[in-house]
Design a protein around this ligand. Structure first.
Ligand code: HEC
Length: 126
């Protein structure tokens, strides 16, 4: 896993890490829990889910070329770190009808770490 995480970090090294958090633990969690479904490459959907490149700050269900659920498409907010944290706690409970078949990250520190990692791909936040 460490080498996959390293590769993921290298893949996103064009964007600077958020200086207020360490993206490495989150990269490990991302590789273990999210990468099977999600890509972290701009405009390149994953096997099951949309790309998460630049997800922080973007509108839900806004990745072109990905067929989202009606439940996700109906959301009107933005993916701030707080909203991602809320969603990841219990995806099917938070957005009933979501296509994201993932029971969630119950550990707040794990959610914070993965959100930190996602922030390394959100160039507009620098
Ligand atoms: C089993 C596959 C799967 C796993 C594992 C998974 N996801 Fe998802 N994810 C999806 C799918 C499918 C969607 C689209 C949901 C919809 O349309 O309702 C999604 C949507 C999302 C969205 C909203 C994206 C957008 O463009 O609106 C975020 C954020 C997200 N996932 C984060 C994560 C994170 C972080 C992890 C790991 C902790 C993770 N997901 C694990 C399948 C998965």
């Amino acid at each position: 896993m460490a080498s996959l995480a390293g590769a993921l970090l290298a893949a996103t090294s064009g964007a600077q890490a958020n200086p207020s958090c360490d993206a490495r633990p989150g990269a490990d969690i991302y590789s273990a829990k999210c990468a099977t479904c999600h890509s972290i490459v701009k405009d390149q959907p994953g096997t099951v889910g949309p790309s998460l490149w630049g997800v922080i700050g973007r509108r839900p269900a806004s990745e072109r070329g990905f067929a989202y659920s009606a439940a996700m498409s109906a959301r009107k907010d933005r993916w701030s770190p707080a909203v991602i944290d809320w969603f990841l706690t219990d995806p099917p409970g938070r957005v009933p009808g979501t296509y994201m078949a993932f029971s969630g990250l119950k550990d707040a520190a794990a959610r914070a770490a993965v959100i930190c990692f996602l922030g390394t791909t959100s160039a507009h936040l620098k």
